[in-house]
Design a protein around this ligand. Structure first.
Ligand code: IPE
Ligand code: IPE
Ligand code: MG
Ligand code: MG
Ligand code: MG
Length: 289
C-alpha cells in the first residue's frame, strides 16, 4: 500500500510542479508550494485511481484529476489551520502555512490553490472531451462549496462546545470530508460516461470519506503527534462535536468497523477487481497518520 501511495504522490507532485512551472511567477507561489509539497498521503488520489482502474481509465488522466483534488485538499488544510478556524500550528510535520508566511498570505495562497484546481480541470493537459471537463468542474465545485467542504467546515465550527446529535455529526463529517471523497468515486464514472451508477458511487464515496474523518478523529484522540505530523488531543480541548465525544472511543471504533463492512458489502460484487480499493479502505482505518 505504501509503495502504491508513494508512486501516486510522486506522479501527482510531478504533474503539479510542471503545471505551476508553466504559469507566470507570483509572490504567492512560495506559500502555495509550501502547502502543496511535499504534501500528504494522497489518499484521495488513490481512491480515484482505484475506482478509475475498475473502469479502465487512462492513468495520466486520473493523476491530473487527482492533482486538482489535492489542490482543493491542500487549500482546505491551510484554511482549516488558521486562527479563526482550528488554530493549529503544525501541519504535515512542519509549521502551518500561516505560521510560516502570515495569515493574509495563507488565506490568499489557499484561495489560489482552490481556483487552480479548476484551472487544472479546464486545461488541455486533460485529454478528454470538453463536455466531460465541464461536468468534472461542476461536480468538484459542488463538493467544495457551501454544500461540501466549506459548508461542512462551517458546521464543524458552529458545533463546537455544543451537544450535537449523531445524525448531525455524521452530516457535518460527510460535508467537510466525505464530499471530496465522493467526487473521487464519481469522477471516473463521469469520464467513462457511465451516469447510471453515479448515485451509487456518490454514496459509497461519502461513506469512505466519513470513515476517513472518523479515523482522523480517532487519531486525534489516541494517536501520536510525531507520527500524525499534527498536534493530537486537540478536538476534546476545543469541544469539537465528534462521534467520540458523543459515543465514546470504544463505541466509535465499533461504529467505524461496521461502516467499513457496509462499504465492503457494496463493493463486493466487483470481486477481485475491488481488491485495491479494499486495501485502501483497510489502510484508512489502520493508519497512524
Ligand atoms: C486531513 O487529511 C484532514 C482531514 C480531512 C481529516 P489527510 O489526512 O488526508 O491529510 P494529508 O494530505 O495526508 O496531510
Ligand atoms: C478537517 O478536519 C477537514 C477539512 C475539510 C480540512 P480536521 O480539522 O479534523 O482536520 P485536521 O485534524 O486538522 O487535519
Ligand atoms: Mg477542522
Ligand atoms: Mg483541523
Ligand atoms: Mg482532525
Amino acid at each position: 500500500m505504501n509503495i502504491k501511495l508513494n508512486k501516486i504522490a510522486r506522479d501527482t507532485n510531478f504533474f503539479l510542479k510542471k503545471f505551476i512551472a508553466k504559469q507566470n511567477n507570483s509572490k504567492l507561489i512560495p506559500a502555495m508550494n509550501y502547502g502543496l509539497f511535499p504534501g500528504g498521503k494522497k489518499i484521495r488520489s488513490k481512491i480515484l485511481i482505484d475506482i478509475g482502474s475498475l473502469l479502465s481509465i487512462d492513468y495520466k488522466t486520473l493523476i491530473a484529476i487527482g492533482a486538482a483534488v489535492e489542490c482543493i485538499h491542500a487549500y482546505s488544510l491551510i484554511h482549516d489551520d488558521l486562527p479563526c478556524m482550528d488554530n493549529d500550528k503544525i501541519r504535515r510535520g512542519k509549521p502551518s502555512t500561516h505560521i510560516k508566511f502570515g495569515e493574509s498570505t495563507a488565506v490568499l495562497a489557499g484561495n489560489s490553490l482552490l481556483t487552480m484546481a479548476f484551472e487544472i480541470l479546464a486545461s488541455p493537459s486533460l485529454k478528454i472531451k470538453k463536455k466531460i471537463q465541464i461536468n468534472l468542474i461542476k461536480k468538484l465545485s459542488e463538493c467544495s462549496g457551501h454544500l461540501g467542504i466549506a459548508g461542512g467546515q462551517y458546521l464543524d465550527l458552529s458545533y463546537e462546545k455544543k451537544k450535537i446529535s449523531k445524525n448531525k455529526i455524521i452530516e457535518m463529517e460527510i460535508k467537510k470530508t466525505g464530499k471530496l471523497f465522493s467526487f473521487c468515486c464519481v469522477a471516473p464514472l463521469i469520464v467513462a460516461n457511465k451516469y447510471n451508477k453515479i448515485n451509487k458511487f456518490k454514496k459509497i464515496g461519502e461513506k469512505i470519506g466519513l470513515l476517513f474523518q472518523i479515523a482522523d478523529d480517532l487519531i486525534d484522540f489516541s494517536g501520536s503527534t510525531k507520527l500524525a505530523g499534527k498536534k493530537t488531543r486537540k478536538d476534546q480541548a476545543k469541544g469539537k462535536a465528534t462521534l467520540i465525544s458523543l459515543l465514546g472511543y470504544q463505541n466509535t471504533i465499533k461504529y467505524s468497523k461496521k461502516l467499513k463492512l457496509s462499504i465492503f458489502n457494496e463493493i463486493n460484487k466487483y470481486q477481485k477487481r475491488s481488491s485495491d480499493l479494499k486495501e485502501t479502505i483497510e489502510f484508512i482505518l489502520k493508519r497512524a497518520k
